[in-house]
Design a protein around this ligand. Structure first.
Ligand code: AMP
Ligand code: MG
Length: 346
């Protein structure tokens, strides 16, 4: 009897050890208005499901506490306190974002500026609907630009945060998805997962490989339809694309996209999209937004100061600007663009 039990035990253990560990497990979770695909392999399916469910829990509080305008979360509470000239205690899940956002605002020369929430709201983007109606008045835009809201206006003392400037309103829409993807990868790793991809509509971080082959991913088309190019990720990389086509305010045939130049208060119209590869998702996300603002004239300087090497911009005429290191990585789908401008190597 004992012998039979021992044998049964042994075969169960053997089954557990040998249940195919490299089956792809795939789930989708909704956060920040996007469906995020999570694909994992190399661990037993039960572990993968448990890990993905932990990520889903994380996404729930991120969605609440990092939201720029929906009441009930920590960021909205902080924004209300700033507008009222009060200080506010921020929780552990918001403080690191403030510090990282401040650094990224510095390295992008203020082109990534998550303190311009008032401008973003003025243009109508603090809504689930696409804004319509006439654009805001020049005077209203100028008043907010001249108030010069900046991450440097924040006084961060432990968990107590206040602002020297009451016009500061924080909007992490330009890099929250990157931070979320980084935290999701960290959570998956804590379950022993070494091969995964967390992909929010083409903005993603990939670690390990896809079962002996690299993960192969698509870069969104600048006009929003399909994929313009593809690349294979190495070891641990994030790929983020920002575009003018994603959300825009349209009035009398003119499009006012959702990425705002903090220097003028105006939506950026000259660039169709910018794509960044970097190991850190938050940096890649913030940089893709900043480079969209920088445009063809300033992108090389901003890319250098943000420590990037693999960058591609596509302008509204289809001209592609990129670093040689990016050119070495990507494969264009369909016809190769007619005009490709390579920067110096860095
Ligand atoms: P992304 O798709 O990552 O480029 O993020 C776009 C979002 O970032 C917008 O919907 C705004 O919420 C926010 N945003 C717009 N302009 C800026 C800017 N210059 N710096 C930081 N965030 C911005
Ligand atoms: Mg971004």
């Amino acid at each position: 009897m004992l012998k039979r039990l021992a044998l049964m035990c042994l075969s169960l253990c053997w089954l557990a050890a040998c249940s195919p560990p490299d089956r792809m497990v795939h789930e989708q979770i909704y956060i920040f208005g996007t469906l995020v695909d999570i694909t994992v392999h190399g661990v037993p399916e039960a572990t993968a499901r448990q890990a993905i469910s932990a990520v889903s829990e994380d996404f729930r509080w991120m969605h609440r506490d990092w939201h720029a305008w929906k009441p009930g979360g920590a960021l909205v509470a902080l924004n209300q306190a700033i507008a009222a000239g009060r200080s506010q205690q921020v929780p552990d899940n918001v403080l690191p974002l403030l510090l990282q956002a401040r650094e990224l605002a510095h390295s992008s020369e203020g082109l990534f500026n998550p303190a311009i929430g008032s401008l973003i709201a003025l243009w109508g983007f603090h809504s689930d609907e696409l804004p319509s109606g006439p654009p805001p008045s020049k005077a209203a835009i100028q008043a907010l630009v001249q108030a010069n809201p900046s991450m440097d206006d924040l006084i961060i003392d432990g968990h107590t945060v206040s602002s020297r400037n009451p016009v500061v309103q924080l909007d992490f829409g330009g890099f929250a998805k990157g931070v979320a993807v980084d935290m999701a990868i960290q959570r998956l790793r804590s379950f022993g997962i070494e091969n995964a991809i967390v992909n929010g509509g083409g903005d993603l971080r990939a670690i390990g490989d896809a079962g002996g082959r690299p993960w192969r991913i698509g870069i969104r088309h600048p006009q929003g339809h399909g994929v313009v190019a593809s690349l294979e990720t190495h070891v641990d990389e994030s790929v983020f694309t920002s575009g003018n086509y994603e959300r825009y305010h349209e009035y009398q045939g003119v499009r006012y996209p959702h990425i705002i130049d903090p220097r003028t208060g105006m939506p950026v119209q000259h660039i169709a999209s910018s794509t960044v590869i970097h190991n850190d998702g938050a940096v890649a996300d913030a940089a893709a937004t900043a480079l969209t603002v920088a445009g063809p004239d300033a992108w090389v300087r901003i890319a250098r100061s943000m420590g990037l090497h693999e960058v591609m911009l596509v302008d509204e005429n289809g001209t592609v600007y990129m670093t040689p290191k990016m050119a070495a990585r990507i494969h264009f789908e369909g016809d190769k663009p007619e005009h490709i401008v390579l920067s110096e190597d860095f």
